[in-house]
Design a binder for this molecule. Structure first.
Ligand SMILES: Nc1ncnc2c1ncn2[C@@H]1O[C@H](COP(=O)(O)OP(=O)(O)OP(=O)(O)O)[C@@H](O)[C@H]1O
Ligand SMILES: [Mg+2]
Length: 247
Protein backbone atom coordinates (compact mmCIF):
# COMPACT_ATOMS: atom_id res chain seq x y z
CA UNK A 1 0.00 0.00 0.00
CA UNK A 2 1.30 3.49 -0.77
CA UNK A 3 2.04 5.75 2.23
CA UNK A 4 -0.54 8.33 3.33
CA UNK A 5 2.25 10.94 3.56
CA UNK A 6 5.40 11.07 1.48
CA UNK A 7 7.87 13.90 1.98
CA UNK A 8 10.78 14.15 -0.46
CA UNK A 9 13.81 16.43 -0.08
CA UNK A 10 11.88 19.09 1.82
CA UNK A 11 13.97 22.21 2.38
CA UNK A 12 12.72 25.51 3.75
CA UNK A 13 13.81 29.04 4.65
CA UNK A 14 11.46 31.61 6.18
CA UNK A 15 13.18 34.39 4.17
CA UNK A 16 15.42 34.54 1.07
CA UNK A 17 18.53 35.48 3.00
CA UNK A 18 17.56 33.60 6.20
CA UNK A 19 19.05 30.32 7.47
CA UNK A 20 18.09 26.93 6.07
CA UNK A 21 15.50 25.73 8.60
CA UNK A 22 14.70 22.37 6.96
CA UNK A 23 17.49 20.65 5.07
CA UNK A 24 16.46 17.91 2.57
CA UNK A 25 14.03 16.14 4.88
CA UNK A 26 12.52 12.93 3.46
CA UNK A 27 10.21 10.41 5.11
CA UNK A 28 7.09 8.31 4.59
CA UNK A 29 4.20 7.73 6.96
CA UNK A 30 1.89 4.74 6.59
CA UNK A 31 -1.86 5.12 7.06
CA UNK A 32 -3.17 4.24 10.52
CA UNK A 33 0.14 4.68 12.36
CA UNK A 34 1.22 7.00 15.17
CA UNK A 35 4.42 8.86 14.32
CA UNK A 36 6.31 11.22 16.59
CA UNK A 37 8.70 13.96 15.64
CA UNK A 38 11.32 14.58 18.31
CA UNK A 39 14.36 16.77 18.72
CA UNK A 40 15.67 19.71 20.69
CA UNK A 41 13.99 23.10 20.67
CA UNK A 42 14.52 24.93 17.36
CA UNK A 43 15.38 21.80 15.32
CA UNK A 44 12.40 22.38 12.99
CA UNK A 45 9.57 20.14 14.27
CA UNK A 46 6.85 22.80 14.07
CA UNK A 47 8.13 23.96 10.68
CA UNK A 48 7.79 20.41 9.29
CA UNK A 49 4.24 20.25 10.68
CA UNK A 50 3.33 23.63 9.13
CA UNK A 51 4.58 22.33 5.77
CA UNK A 52 2.52 19.13 6.11
CA UNK A 53 -0.73 20.97 6.84
CA UNK A 54 -0.08 23.53 4.12
CA UNK A 55 0.13 26.56 6.45
CA UNK A 56 3.63 26.86 4.93
CA UNK A 57 3.72 28.29 2.31
CA UNK A 58 -0.02 28.95 1.79
CA UNK A 59 -0.45 31.32 4.74
CA UNK A 60 3.12 31.68 6.05
CA UNK A 61 5.45 32.62 3.22
CA UNK A 62 8.94 31.26 2.68
CA UNK A 63 11.12 29.44 0.20
CA UNK A 64 10.14 25.81 -0.01
CA UNK A 65 11.74 23.09 -2.12
CA UNK A 66 10.93 19.42 -2.46
CA UNK A 67 7.53 17.78 -2.41
CA UNK A 68 4.84 16.62 -0.01
CA UNK A 69 2.32 14.05 -1.20
CA UNK A 70 -0.78 13.23 0.80
CA UNK A 71 -2.76 10.18 -0.33
CA UNK A 72 -0.68 10.28 -3.51
CA UNK A 73 -1.52 13.93 -4.33
CA UNK A 74 0.96 16.78 -4.26
CA UNK A 75 -0.38 19.21 -1.65
CA UNK A 76 0.51 22.12 -3.93
CA UNK A 77 -2.52 21.13 -5.98
CA UNK A 78 -4.90 21.26 -2.98
CA UNK A 79 -6.56 24.39 -1.57
CA UNK A 80 -6.31 25.01 2.19
CA UNK A 81 -9.99 24.03 2.82
CA UNK A 82 -9.47 20.78 0.87
CA UNK A 83 -6.27 20.09 2.76
CA UNK A 84 -7.97 20.82 6.10
CA UNK A 85 -10.34 17.92 5.43
CA UNK A 86 -7.36 15.60 5.03
CA UNK A 87 -5.00 16.88 7.71
CA UNK A 88 -5.77 18.84 10.87
CA UNK A 89 -3.18 20.37 13.16
CA UNK A 90 -3.42 21.64 16.73
CA UNK A 91 -0.90 24.46 16.92
CA UNK A 92 1.73 24.71 19.64
CA UNK A 93 0.95 28.44 19.73
CA UNK A 94 -2.77 27.82 20.08
CA UNK A 95 -3.72 31.50 20.47
CA UNK A 96 -3.11 31.82 16.72
CA UNK A 97 -5.75 29.17 16.06
CA UNK A 98 -8.75 30.39 18.08
CA UNK A 99 -10.54 33.59 17.13
CA UNK A 100 -14.30 33.16 17.67
CA UNK A 101 -16.32 34.31 20.71
CA UNK A 102 -17.45 30.86 21.91
CA UNK A 103 -16.09 27.33 22.00
CA UNK A 104 -19.18 26.09 20.18
CA UNK A 105 -18.59 28.60 17.36
CA UNK A 106 -14.96 27.43 17.06
CA UNK A 107 -16.02 23.80 16.73
CA UNK A 108 -18.75 24.62 14.19
CA UNK A 109 -16.59 27.00 12.14
CA UNK A 110 -14.87 24.60 9.73
CA UNK A 111 -17.94 22.49 8.87
CA UNK A 112 -19.94 25.72 8.41
CA UNK A 113 -17.26 26.96 6.02
CA UNK A 114 -17.69 23.80 3.98
CA UNK A 115 -21.43 24.63 3.81
CA UNK A 116 -22.40 21.24 5.27
CA UNK A 117 -26.13 20.84 6.03
CA UNK A 118 -27.18 22.35 9.37
CA UNK A 119 -28.12 18.95 10.90
CA UNK A 120 -24.73 17.50 9.96
CA UNK A 121 -22.92 20.46 11.57
CA UNK A 122 -25.00 20.05 14.76
CA UNK A 123 -24.26 16.32 14.84
CA UNK A 124 -20.50 16.83 14.46
CA UNK A 125 -20.38 19.58 17.09
CA UNK A 126 -22.27 17.39 19.58
CA UNK A 127 -20.07 14.36 18.92
CA UNK A 128 -16.79 16.21 19.26
CA UNK A 129 -17.81 18.19 22.36
CA UNK A 130 -18.88 14.91 23.96
CA UNK A 131 -15.72 13.04 22.88
CA UNK A 132 -13.44 15.66 24.44
CA UNK A 133 -15.66 16.21 27.47
CA UNK A 134 -15.80 20.00 27.03
CA UNK A 135 -19.54 20.48 27.52
CA UNK A 136 -18.90 22.91 30.42
CA UNK A 137 -16.75 25.10 28.15
CA UNK A 138 -19.27 25.20 25.31
CA UNK A 139 -20.48 28.80 25.69
CA UNK A 140 -17.23 30.22 27.10
CA UNK A 141 -14.93 32.58 25.24
CA UNK A 142 -11.80 30.60 24.23
CA UNK A 143 -9.56 33.56 25.02
CA UNK A 144 -10.57 33.26 28.70
CA UNK A 145 -9.54 29.59 28.96
CA UNK A 146 -6.31 28.04 30.28
CA UNK A 147 -3.58 26.90 27.86
CA UNK A 148 -4.59 23.25 28.24
CA UNK A 149 -8.29 24.02 27.68
CA UNK A 150 -7.43 26.04 24.56
CA UNK A 151 -5.59 23.02 23.17
CA UNK A 152 -8.67 20.87 23.82
CA UNK A 153 -10.85 23.39 21.96
CA UNK A 154 -8.40 23.56 19.04
CA UNK A 155 -8.42 19.76 18.85
CA UNK A 156 -12.24 19.84 18.87
CA UNK A 157 -12.22 22.39 16.05
CA UNK A 158 -10.10 20.17 13.81
CA UNK A 159 -11.92 16.93 14.72
CA UNK A 160 -15.20 18.48 13.54
CA UNK A 161 -13.82 18.10 10.00
CA UNK A 162 -13.03 14.43 10.62
CA UNK A 163 -9.57 14.59 8.98
CA UNK A 164 -7.63 11.41 8.11
CA UNK A 165 -4.42 12.81 9.61
CA UNK A 166 -4.15 14.64 12.94
CA UNK A 167 -1.05 16.54 14.10
CA UNK A 168 -0.67 17.51 17.75
CA UNK A 169 2.15 20.01 18.27
CA UNK A 170 3.17 20.00 21.96
CA UNK A 171 -0.42 19.48 23.06
CA UNK A 172 0.07 16.82 25.72
CA UNK A 173 2.66 18.77 27.68
CA UNK A 174 0.16 21.65 28.11
CA UNK A 175 -2.54 19.49 29.69
CA UNK A 176 -3.09 18.61 33.33
CA UNK A 177 -2.96 14.92 34.28
CA UNK A 178 -6.70 14.29 33.87
CA UNK A 179 -6.95 15.91 30.43
CA UNK A 180 -3.70 14.30 29.31
CA UNK A 181 -5.19 10.92 30.10
CA UNK A 182 -8.39 11.86 28.28
CA UNK A 183 -6.56 13.04 25.15
CA UNK A 184 -4.21 10.06 25.19
CA UNK A 185 -7.26 7.79 25.17
CA UNK A 186 -8.90 9.87 22.41
CA UNK A 187 -5.71 9.62 20.32
CA UNK A 188 -5.58 5.86 20.83
CA UNK A 189 -9.23 5.37 19.87
CA UNK A 190 -8.93 7.65 16.81
CA UNK A 191 -5.89 5.61 15.80
CA UNK A 192 -7.80 2.36 16.33
CA UNK A 193 -10.48 3.76 14.05
CA UNK A 194 -7.81 4.11 11.34
CA UNK A 195 -6.67 7.73 11.73
CA UNK A 196 -3.03 8.59 11.18
CA UNK A 197 -1.58 10.58 14.09
CA UNK A 198 1.55 12.72 14.33
CA UNK A 199 2.70 13.77 17.79
CA UNK A 200 5.34 16.41 18.42
CA UNK A 201 6.56 16.51 21.99
CA UNK A 202 9.60 17.03 24.20
CA UNK A 203 8.59 14.57 26.88
CA UNK A 204 9.80 11.02 26.20
CA UNK A 205 6.79 9.62 28.06
CA UNK A 206 4.42 11.40 25.67
CA UNK A 207 6.29 9.97 22.67
CA UNK A 208 5.99 6.38 23.86
CA UNK A 209 2.66 5.66 22.17
CA UNK A 210 4.25 6.11 18.72
CA UNK A 211 5.01 3.25 16.33
CA UNK A 212 7.75 5.29 14.67
CA UNK A 213 9.78 8.30 15.74
CA UNK A 214 11.47 10.78 13.41
CA UNK A 215 14.53 12.26 15.08
CA UNK A 216 15.54 15.75 13.99
CA UNK A 217 18.63 17.82 14.59
CA UNK A 218 19.35 21.29 13.17
CA UNK A 219 16.73 21.00 10.42
CA UNK A 220 17.81 17.53 9.31
CA UNK A 221 16.12 14.21 9.81
CA UNK A 222 18.96 12.26 11.41
CA UNK A 223 17.31 8.93 12.23
CA UNK A 224 14.02 7.06 12.29
CA UNK A 225 13.20 4.66 15.12
CA UNK A 226 10.84 1.98 13.89
CA UNK A 227 9.94 0.44 17.20
CA UNK A 228 6.49 -0.97 16.50
CA UNK A 229 5.24 -2.30 19.82
CA UNK A 230 8.67 -2.59 21.45
CA UNK A 231 8.39 0.22 23.99
CA UNK A 232 11.55 -0.69 25.85
CA UNK A 233 13.62 -0.30 22.68
CA UNK A 234 11.85 2.98 21.96
CA UNK A 235 12.58 4.35 25.42
CA UNK A 236 16.29 3.46 25.30
CA UNK A 237 16.86 4.80 21.80
CA UNK A 238 15.05 8.03 22.60
CA UNK A 239 16.96 8.54 25.86
CA UNK A 240 20.25 7.93 24.02
CA UNK A 241 19.28 10.41 21.30
CA UNK A 242 18.46 13.20 23.76
CA UNK A 243 21.52 12.46 25.91
CA UNK A 244 23.88 12.61 22.91
CA UNK A 245 22.52 16.02 21.93
CA UNK A 246 23.38 17.64 25.21
CA UNK A 247 27.11 17.40 24.52
N1 LIG B 1 8.25 32.73 11.51
C1 LIG B 1 9.57 32.48 11.58
N2 LIG B 1 10.46 33.29 10.96
C2 LIG B 1 11.78 33.04 11.02
N3 LIG B 1 12.33 32.00 11.67
C3 LIG B 1 11.49 31.16 12.31
C4 LIG B 1 10.07 31.34 12.30
N4 LIG B 1 9.49 30.35 13.01
C5 LIG B 1 10.51 29.56 13.45
N5 LIG B 1 11.71 30.06 13.03
C6 LIG B 1 13.03 29.47 13.28
O1 LIG B 1 13.05 28.17 12.69
C7 LIG B 1 13.78 27.27 13.50
C8 LIG B 1 12.92 26.04 13.75
O2 LIG B 1 11.80 26.45 14.52
P1 LIG B 1 10.62 25.46 14.89
O3 LIG B 1 9.61 26.28 15.61
O4 LIG B 1 10.21 24.73 13.69
O5 LIG B 1 11.39 24.47 15.89
P2 LIG B 1 10.78 23.40 16.93
O6 LIG B 1 11.63 22.19 16.79
O7 LIG B 1 9.33 23.28 16.74
O8 LIG B 1 11.13 24.10 18.35
P3 LIG B 1 10.33 23.98 19.74
O9 LIG B 1 10.67 22.62 20.29
O10 LIG B 1 10.94 25.09 20.58
O11 LIG B 1 8.88 24.17 19.49
C9 LIG B 1 14.20 28.01 14.75
O12 LIG B 1 15.53 28.43 14.58
C10 LIG B 1 13.27 29.20 14.76
O13 LIG B 1 13.88 30.31 15.36
MG1 LIG C 1 7.70 23.68 17.96
Amino acid sequence: MSPIIEVKDLSFRYTHDGPLILDSVSFKIEKGTITSIAGLSGCGKTTVAFCLCGAIPKSMPGILEGSIMIEGKDIKSLSLPKLAQKIGMVFQDVDNQLFLPTVEAEVAFAPENLCLPYEEIEKRVEEVIHMLNIETLRYKNPSHLSGGQKHLVALASILSLDPEIIILDEVLSELDRKNKELITNVIKSLNKAGKTIIIIDHDINNLMMANNILLMKNGKLVDIIEAGENHELLYHRLSDFFLQQEY
